[in-house]
Ligand binder design. Structure first.
Ligand code: AMO
Length: 445
């Protein structure tokens, strides 16, 4: 006979000196309570009243369990309840066990039905409706699983970088000038002066390399994107990394590859059930990410798949095809595209003198998740690059100043957290990889 295991995610070891779960049993811990009385706390996920006997699916942060109520009427969906009863094995119940309830206490009554029943939430439903009611629909198992996996990715990001002597930094979100150029900046009134919401911590993370050598930041950034696509948000979480004393962009790629593999290994270990429920497949972690110069990538996509990519960059179809090539030829879900032309990169990208740079992108399953590379680290080169782009050095004075005070060769990258999450989990619309997405239309909830 197999041991019944509740449909739940195991919890990390709890500290004995602060037991926030005193007086309750979590759904994840029900197996060990088989045959014993328990008190559960959570939400009415689903209820079915058969007159006299009712089935209530109780949801807590670790999972969902069926409770059988005799002569007790379950309250409206999403009410908060405390159920006392005995854990019994039940072949018919999801997870193989259920709780025979003796008592139900309403902790907080839901007074109106939820816009969509969480247990029935259909992800083919109109995304606008789901997002309009996001304050409630974010509770649905699928939605919370996506955000939970993302939280674990962030934990893995910090853990790896902390272990490698990086320091976490926090840089201004209100800035005087955009780091990435272009028109996609949100303007704000800063005590009567014009300011912007930051597009990226780029310039600040570089400056702080001179203080810490290796830095990272986890923070939202803002892009007034004009294209409202399933891969663009107006506010997204940027996972920024920057390190000094590198030899070239190869070092940057080595760091990012090791970092991503560590983050994914952590998720594999800690989120097995969420990954299973989401039907997510983890990428192979034992293959090297191929690295290919942009011009070669273009030629390859044209030759092999007959697609001519226009513009300075790879277009989305070329990205998709290059991702396909990486998988077919190298068994990799990732591919680095290197040596972008100067015209396709910002002024801080290290120019190699042949019209190209040490700027790079990383594609994951055929979509860009990262830009990065080696940076210019001399004052003269930066002023030259600004002039080439018809940008006024005066606008970057405090940034440029630091390059007169000894900046080591350095580089880094930024990963879009929502893109990484969505591509990992097969979420087609990036909005669902953010708790409260901001896009062209949405400022609430
Ligand atoms: P870039 O502008 O390419 O580079 O952004 C880096 C990564 O951020 C993600 N991203 C977005 N995600 C959601 N919505 C958007 N509107 C959006 N725009 C970008 C992508 C992208 O690859 N300073 C450089 C990074 C560096 O060089 O270190 C930068 O910000 O995943």
């Amino acid at each position: 006979m197999t041991t019944p295991t509740p449909d739940a995610t195991p919890e990390p070891q709890r500290r004995p000196d602060l037991d926030l779960d005193a007086g309750r049993t979590l759904v994840a811990d029900l197996t060990v309570a088989l045959g014993h009385p328990v008190t559960l706390r959570g939400w009415v996920h689903h209820r079915r009243d058969l007159g006299g006997i009712a089935f209530l699916h109780l949801r807590d942060r670790t999972g969902v369990v069926q409770c059988v109520l005799e002569g007790i009427e379950p309250p409206l969906h999403e009410s908060c309840v405390e159920v006392t009863g005995t854990v019994v094995a039940s072949a018919k119940a999801p997870g193989g066990l259920e709780v025979q309830a003796s008592e139900l206490r309403v902790v907080a009554l839901a007074t109106v039905p939820p816009p969509v029943e969480m247990a029935k939430l259909d992800h083919h439903a109109n995304p606008d409706t789901l997002l309009e009611y996001r304050a409630v629909t974010v509770r649905a198992p699928r939605d919370r699983a996506i955000l939970k996996v993302q939280a674990e990715l962030l934990r893995g990001f910090r853990r790896f970088l902390d272990d490698h002597a990086f320091t976490e930094i926090s840089t201004p979100k209100l800035v005087a000038a955009g780091a990435e150029g272009g028109a996609d900046q949100f303007e704000v009134d800063y005590y009567g002066k014009r300011a912007y919401l930051t597009q990226s911590p780029q310039l600040y993370k570089q400056i702080l390399v001179a203080a810490f050598e290796r830095v990272y930041e986890v923070a939202p950034v803002y892009r007034a994107e004009r294209s409202h696509t399933v891969r663009h948000l107006a506010e997204y979480l940027s996972l920024d990394v920057e390190l000094g004393f590198i030899e070239s962009d190869e070092d940057v790629m080595d760091v990012e590859e090791a970092l991503l593999k560590a983050m994914l290994a952590d998720v594999r270990e800690r989120c097995a059930r969420d990954l299973r429920d989401l039907g997510a497949e983890l990428p192979a972690l034992d293959v090297a990410f191929p690295r290919i110069p942009l011009l070669e990538a273009r030629a390859l996509v044209a030759e092999r798949y007959g697609h001519a990519s226009g513009g300075k960059d790879l277009d989305p179809e070329a990205e998709r095809l290059l991702g396909r090539w990486a998988l077919e030829e190298h068994g990799s879900d990732f591919v680095f595209v290197t040596r972008y032309p100067e015209a396709a990169r910002p002024f801080y990208a290290y120019a190699t003198g042949d019209g190209l740079t040490r700027g790079l992108d990383l594609l994951f399953r055929g979509t860009e998740i990262t830009s990065g590379g080696q940076r210019e680290h001399t004052y003269e080169a930066l002023v030259r690059n600004l002039a080439q782009r018809h940008l006024d050095p005066a606008g970057f004075a405090s940034y440029l100043e630091v390059f007169r005070h000894g900046m080591p060769p350095h580089g880094g990258f930024a990963i879009g957290a929502e893109r990484l999450t969505a591509l990992l989990l097969g979420v087609p619309n990036i909005r669902f990889a953010r708790a409260f997405p901001r896009d062209g239309q949405r400022l609430q909830p």
